[in-house]
Design a protein around this ligand. Structure first.
Ligand code: ATP
Ligand code: MG
Length: 229
């Protein structure tokens, strides 16, 4: 279970406060596929970043698996982000000079030790899982946009996370390619992954277990069929 209790977050420019999250509380049970929608600038990315510990709220608590993770020391936060949480974004942030499999191995590149055989095998399996078997050695520039996003998903999976945060993962892709990425996420969800996804495309919300609409710094839960925007 991932939960936020009374979280608030503001940004300031010229001392003017922009209250982006206003006292938000939500609980997300394990294994859920949660979609977050709302106007541009309504705070979706901010909410995702606060839930995934990339951004600290000014007030409130984030709890994961029974532990208060709001103010964990950096070392423990890194471990959490490394082992339990994973993120994918609109732009995939792949290293252009590394091959697909090397990009997937990036979460292991924090030591100078050579990568263990089993780890390499795991990276390949993740690429197989996203349909890129046989393209291990391609550079990002030799892959299509959808394939590049698949590599980013494989990289997000390599540590077997519990929660995948996805901020508009199809935002940079055409509809057909976006549909394929969503199909892939659905399959990962079926296998037990908790997914929290921000999307602009309302057609992707129909299969979500839960639909959260952000408006004026507040989150409203709605039934997929009731959505009017
Ligand atoms: N690092 C920052 N510094 C200052 N203001 C910020 C920062 N990040 C976001 N904001 C502001 O907070 C508000 C919410 O931004 P956020 O990125 O969460 O919106 P969003 O719903 O994800 O929008 P979009 O759909 O365009 O991605 C906006 O007014 C934005 O300008
Ligand atoms: Mg955003």
């Amino acid at each position: 279970m991932l939960s936020a209790e009374n979280i608030s977050k503001s940004f300031y420019s010229d001392r003017v406060e922009n209250r982006v999250l206003k006292d938000i509380s939500i609980k997300i049970e394990n294994g859920r596929f949660v979609c977050v929608v709302g106007r541009s600038g309504s705070g979706k990315s901010t909410l995702l970043n606060v839930l995934s510990t990339l951004l600290k709220p000014e007030k409130g608590t984030i709890t994961f698996a029974g532990q208060d993770i709001t103010n964990l020391p950096e070392k423990k936060l890194n471990r959490l982000r490394h082992n339990d949480f994973s993120m994918i974004f609109q732009f995939h942030h792949l290293m252009t000079y590394l091959t697909a499999v090397e990009n997937v191995l990036l979460p292991y590149m924090n030591s100078l030790k050579p990568v263990a055989k089993a780890t390499m095998q795991r990276a390949r399996e993740c690429l197989d899982r996203v349909g890129l078997g046989g393209k291990y050695s391609r550079l990002p520039g030799q892959l299509s946009g959808g394939e590049q996003q698949r590599v980013a998903i494989a990289r997000a999976l390599v540590k077997s996370p519990q929660v995948l945060f996805a901020d508009e993962p199809t935002g940079n892709l055409d509809k057909t390619t976006g549909d394929e990425i969503i199909k892939l996420l659905k399959n990962l969800h079926k296998d037990g992954l908790t997914i929290i996804m921000v999307t602009h495309d309302l057609s992707y919300t129909s299969f979500a277990d839960r639909l959260l609409v952000m408006e004026d710094g507040i989150v409203n839960e709605v039934k997929a069929g009731d959505l009017r925007m």
